[in-house]
Write a protein of this length. Structure first.
Length: 457
């Protein structure tokens, strides 16, 4: 009797895993698992040998737990055990050529499994909601996924926090794995790459570090702006980039700003990042926000009244991540309190989010763009060392507005302008003092701040 519940539970989990994983990966690593036992808290799964046990524990245990929880609403403890075997007669040894074919097939399967394990199973192309703010980036990503290394190489995706850069990047990896256009896909953040590089230096294992990245078919690097100011890792990545590009391997990078605006990034890297296609993810418009909320509702199997969904879409505009958070908060409140959610109660529930929207809508880049446009100067002048009055004053105005209109620290603002925090402090005080005696300056600052949605004078 105990085996039936185990079989039923594992069967449901397998349906979930089959949708999340590449078919080759599923057949190699999941389909070979048998449910052995089930008690109140623990599911025991049987595999053929120690290799399967260790590989599954290291690479697929979290995914299996997540699948089981999603189909049963219970957090299960998983134990892998090697199945007992009956003694069988010795099998004939395969010919040498056949053994090599089997080894190669197993090697390819391992590579696919490792590649899929590095990608979030939720970040698929069909779960990415397309709208005017991201349709070009989405189309470019689809083209790259269908022909990696042949069109738009490298692909550079930039945009603010929570707009879907990582989702889109990993979706390319999933498509390329599924259609067989890439076998070795590696996704990581720039910070992870830096840490691995430091470890390689300490352990004198740079050749292994280089091979790890230069032998990939599809390299996905998140938050490339993190490399700014770090000369040694920039040098290493420069050579890795060249090796992959020359081998017609696809490189995809994300950043919070265009490469040309990343202060502390070597010019030779900037030029290479712009060799292929540079595309931007912008804040989603109202219609796209509504579409995202409806999709998330369907995914969560809940439904809020249309006026509540409209209220969230109208008031949470900054990014998709915050939009999802607002929806989850509304749904959770309604289910936990068993109360009917109204516009007034939703306003109270989301008051912190709405207030945060007002403060954090503005980024350094947004303020710099607004000031540069108002004074008719180039964005590059914001981080340049040039000091003519026609550039120095707008730059100081931008620093002042960054201090007034964002909660960021002096060092963070200084980094955005490639200056010291003392320079930012001096600029801010200078503009504040001069506005008392210079009506034109005061008017300019007021006009720019109003255009940005927050009047500071």
């Amino acid at each position: 009797m105990e085996m039936m519940p185990a079989n039923a539970l594992w069967g449901k989990a397998c349906k979930h895993l089959k949708e999340a994983l590449h078919s080759d990966v599923f057949s190699r690593w999941i389909a070979v698992i048998d449910p052995v036992d089930l008690d109140a808290t623990t599911l025991t799964l049987g595999v053929d040998n120690d290799f399967y046990q260790s590989w599954l524990e290291e690479n697929y245990l979290p995914l299996i737990k997540q699948a089981l929880q999603s189909v049963s609403d219970t957090e299960w403890k998983i134990i892998f055990t090697v199945k007992a075997r009956s003694v069988a007669p010795a099998l004939p040894v395969a010919p040498k050529k056949e053994r090599k074919t089997i080894r190669d097939r197993l090697k390819n399967t391992k590579a696919l499994a490792k590649s899929a394990a590095s990608l979030n199973p939720k970040f698929k192309m069909d779960s990415f909601v397309v709208g005017p703010s991201n349709n070009f980036a989405h189309a470019a990503s689809c083209a790259v996924a269908d022909a990696p290394g042949r069109t738009y190489n490298p692909l550079f995706i930039y945009g603010g926090v929570g707009l879907g850069k990582t989702h889109l990047m990993q979706a390319i990896g999933h498509v390329a794995l599924k259609n067989g256009k890439a076998k070795n896909v590696r996704y990581l953040s720039s910070e992870t790459m830096l840490n691995e590089y430091i470890d390689a230096l300490q352990n004198r294992s740079l050749p292994q570090f280089r091979n790890r990245y230069r032998n990939t078919d599809l390299l996905l690097i998140d938050d490339i702006h993190f490399l700014a100011g770090k000369e040694r890792i920039q040098e290493e990545f420069f050579h890795t980039f060249n090796a992959l590009f020359d081998s017609h391997k696809q490189i995809i990078m994300t950043s919070d700003r265009p490469a040309s605006e990343i202060s502390g990034l070597e010019q030779r890297l900037v030029s290479r990042f712009e060799w292929g296609l540079v595309t931007e993810l912008e804040q989603p418009d109202f219609e796209t926000r509504m579409a995202i909320l409806r999709y998330k509702q369907k995914e969560m199997k809940v439904e809020l009244p249309e006026n509540l969904i409209t209220f969230i879409a109208e008031n949470v505009r900054a990014n998709v991540r915050r939009l999802e958070g607002a929806l989850i908060r509304a749904v959770s409140y309604s289910s936990l309190t068993n109360q009917v959610l109204t516009i007034e109660s939703l306003k109270r529930l989301l008051r912190d989010t709405i207030e945060q929207e007002k403060k954090s809508d503005l980024t350094f880049s947004t303020i710099q763009h607004a000031v540069a446009e108002h004074y008719d100067i180039r964005m590059q002048d914001m981080t340049s060392t040039r000091r003519p009055r026609s550039i120095a004053v707008p730059r100081q105005v931008a620093m002042y507005l960054c201090r007034q209109m964002t909660p960021s620290s002096l060092p963070d603002i200084a980094s955005a302008f490639a200056k010291t925090h003392a320079t930012v402090l001096h600029a801010s005080r200078s503009i504040e003092n001069r506005m008392d005696v210079d009506d034109d300056l005061k008017r300019n600052v007021r006009d720019i701040s109003r255009k940005l949605g927050q009047a500071v004078v």
